[in-house]
Design a protein around this ligand. Structure first.
Ligand code: 6GU
Length: 226
């Protein structure tokens, strides 16, 4: 997979991809993440990328030209399977969407800022619009990092234990069961005996029961059929 992230604040996106799983995935050649500074594509003086909204009102709007130039420049080298605009009015991101997008090869993530991008960019270039939840962030950069993380960890070979993405919360539609590690007794709080029993089948059943009970208790909405 190749991710091209377009932003006017590229520094925000330096650290998330420089550590731990996301760094190792790149070192292993399983994903390439390229961050592009929108200002590099500005044809205007002072590398301007935003301007006042027509019709007035507070907040600046990202202009068409820098974004169009950046997307067209990237598209000369390869075909993109998705041009994703990160925006609070997009479709709410969830695990099924992460699973689907993780199957694609070339993805552009376009980060909005200020009041967002000129509507004509959405009409002409954008194929998917994603929000990561019902709250407003200052820009799409942190949301793009969230989406990138969710996709990259699904790529084959990224997680050392190949099955561990399959046992995530949400991957089977349930929250994850509780987990424990040493010591078996922490200040009088004991790890459930079943987990020390060595009975693999019984442990699996216990974990499933716990996952179901936890989902009923905390996220009954996940159990409703639609
Ligand atoms: Cl994708 N962008 C911004 N600015 N705020 C958000 C968001 C995205 N998703 C939730 N809130």
């Amino acid at each position: 997979m190749r991710l091209d992230i377009i932003t006017c604040l590229p520094k925000i996106l330096e650290s998330p991809f420089d550590q731990s799983i996301l760094k190792r995935a790149q070192q292993k050649g399983l994903v390439e993440v390229h961050v592009h500074d929108l200002r590099d594509y500005s044809p205007f003086k002072h590398r301007q990328v935003d301007d006042y909204a027509y019709g007035g009102g507070a907040g600046m709007v990202l202009m068409t030209e820098p974004i169009a130039r950046c997307i067209r420049h990237l598209s000369e080298a390869r075909n993109y399977d998705a041009v994703v605009y990160m925006t609070p009015d997009g479709k709410r991101f969830d695990q099924p969407m992460a699973n689907q997008l993780s199957l694609l090869k070339n993805i552009i993530l376009l980060c909005g800022h200020y009041k967002g991008v000129d509507e004509r960019i959405r009409e002409k270039f954008v194929t998917h619009e994603i929000s990561i939840g019902d709250y407003v962030l200052s820009g799409g950069e942190l949301a793009a990092a969230v989406v990138a993380d969710a996709l990259i960890r699904l790529l084959p070979g990224v997680l050392s234990d190949e099955t561990s993405a399959l046992t995530d919360s949400f991957q089977d539609g349930l929250l994850a069961p509780p987990v424990y590690t040493r010591p078996a007794d922490f200040e009088g709080m004991r790890v459930p005996d079943i987990l020390l029993s060595g009975h693999e089948a019984a442990i699996e059943q216990w974990r499933y029961d716990q996952a179901l009970a936890r989902t009923r208790e905390r996220r009954p909405d996940l159990l409703k059929e639609d």
